[in-house]
Write a protein that binds this ligand. Structure first.
Ligand code: IFM
Length: 451
């Protein structure tokens, strides 16, 4: 398929998984209801200056109360899978201890609602809303959080596992660890490289141990992890830029992929980290490399890297991201590159050969407006979606075993440090009235799926 052909559903295998993706903190709201505990993101939002529009997610899309309507919307689109995440502080308000029955009951209702509508539930266990009580003990920098995650995983998989067959342990450890513990732009707002790297090791370890636990609890479960990955190129063919691109790729992609696929942490990145490298105990790397059923890939944009001795956090990485000129960008400024998806997927396949890939997120943000005709004419998002589906098909034709596509996201929602300034939804949310309106992109996705 050429990059400019608009694909049809028939271009994909009949058993291909079509979905939409969401996450608990970004849509649920009900931040203090039914015994839910405080999460690190609740705390982060309450700190002045953290969120660009000064907002929080106490109400968000009010999905906690409006979930039947939201699942109806997903059904109307014609998707056969629905990716959601479980809020750990709803289940264990203090992170550990006795489960909160009201929290579990909410996810019972939600999962039953999916099944009633023919939506296959795909549950993510950790999409960044760590109980604040665990952060007080060090959060992901503490090895105890691994044990706490396993207790939480045990409770949730025992409760929902009779109905949920697909489990994702973590969403995007890069964001929860590097952005959260080093770059200071995500909760908990840390600024220590060593903390970030230790956190990333604990997150990966908790993933590997959870895979084993989930398999013991649920013999039929399909388990994986979702990474945010980027195709990376050098800004020029000069040796210094090529080396910079390799360094960046080490931290961005290989730091997570290599240990998951049994290679341990990349030597070149470990050497760069020096004293900031994580403490790894015997057996940890084997646990992290526990085989999974699929690799979840979230793709948004490619990165171009130049060598710069003064750049990036005191010069550790000595890399600078370069904005390619004259290229299309989303509202976030992210480069639009369907070819980047082909490059990324073929690279993953060539270098790691996962049994299956699920594209667990892909989407774009633009300035959307509800027009007087009651519609949102988001032609840029529509084009983004169509071209990324064409790229996906191209990668599959080249032999990459992609088994599913989940659009990010069903609804406009709370976009972390950007608050409500960024809209990624296939459906527009009027936050004043909580009215949902399918955008032109969502209407097209529905026609594509119902063809
Ligand atoms: O909104 C996020 C999501 O929570 C994780 N992946 C990227 C999305 C867009 O930034």
């Amino acid at each position: 398929m050429s990059a400019n052909t608009v694909p049809t559903r028939q271009d994909f295998p009949a058993d291909f998984r079509w979905g939409v993706s969401t996450s608990s903190f970004q849509i649920e709201g009900a931040g203090r209801e039914d015994g839910k505990g405080e999460s690190i993101w609740d705390r982060f939002c309450s700190e002045p200056g953290r969120i660009r529009d000064g907002s929080n997610a106490l109400v968000a899309c009010d999905h906690y109360h409006r979930w039947p309507q939201d699942l109806d919307l997903a059904k109307q689109l014609g998707v056969n899978a629905y990716r959601f995440s479980v809020a750990w502080p709803r289940i264990l308000p203090q992170g550990r201890g006795a489960p909160n029955e009201a929290g579990l009951a909410f996810y019972d209702r939600l999962v039953d609602g999916m099944l009633e509508r023919g939506l296959d539930p795909w549950a993510t266990l950790y999409h960044w809303d760590l109980p604040q009580a665990l952060q007080e003990q060090g959060g992901w920098t503490s090895r105890d959080t691994v044990a706490a995650f396993l207790e939480y995983t045990d409770i949730v998989t025992r409760r929902l596992g009779d109905r949920v067959k697909h489990w994702i342990t973590h969403n995007e450890p890069w964001c929860s660890c590097i952005m959260g513990y080093w770059e200071g732009v995500h909760a908990p707002g840390g600024t220590s490289l060593a903390d970030a790297m230790q956190a990333s090791h604990h997150v990966l370890l908790s993933h590997g141990q959870a895979v084993g636990l989930i398999r013991r609890n649920l013999a039929q479960a399909q388990v994986g992890i979702t990474l945010s990955l980027h195709p990376i190129t050098a800004a020029s063919p000069h040796a210094a830029d090529l080396a910079a691109a390799r360094r960046h790729d080490g931290l961005r992609n290989r730091w997570f992929l290599d240990p998951l696929f049994g290679r341990g942490y990349p030597e070149d990145t470990l050497a760069l980290l020096g004293q900031a490298a994580p403490r790894v105990l015997p057996g940890d790397l084997d646990a992290i490399a526990t085989p999974t059923d699929f690799l979840g890939v979230n793709y948004y944009f490619p990165e171009v890297v130049a060598d710069d001795p003064d750049a990036r956090h005191g010069g550790l990485m000595r890399t600078r991201l370069v904005e390619r000129e004259g290229v299309e960008r989303t509202g976030f400024g992210w480069e639009v590159s369907p070819q980047g998806l082909v490059d990324l997927l073929t690279r993953i396949q060539r270098d790691y050969g996962p049994a299956a890939i699920q594209l667990t997120e892909n989407g774009s943000t633009f300035e959307d407006r509800l027009t007087p005709d009651g519609r949102v004419h988001d032609k840029e998002r529509l084009s983004y979606l169509q071209r990324h589906l064409a790229a996906l098909k191209q990668a599959m034709d080249a032999g990459v075993p992609v088994k599913g596509y989940f659009a990010w996201s069903l609804l406009d929602n709370f976009e972390w440090a950007e608050g409500y300034l960024r809209r990624f939804g296939l459906a527009y949310v009027d936050y004043a009235t909580q009215q949902r309106t399918l955008k032109d992109s969502g209407l097209w996705y529905g026609r594509f799926l119902n063809e």
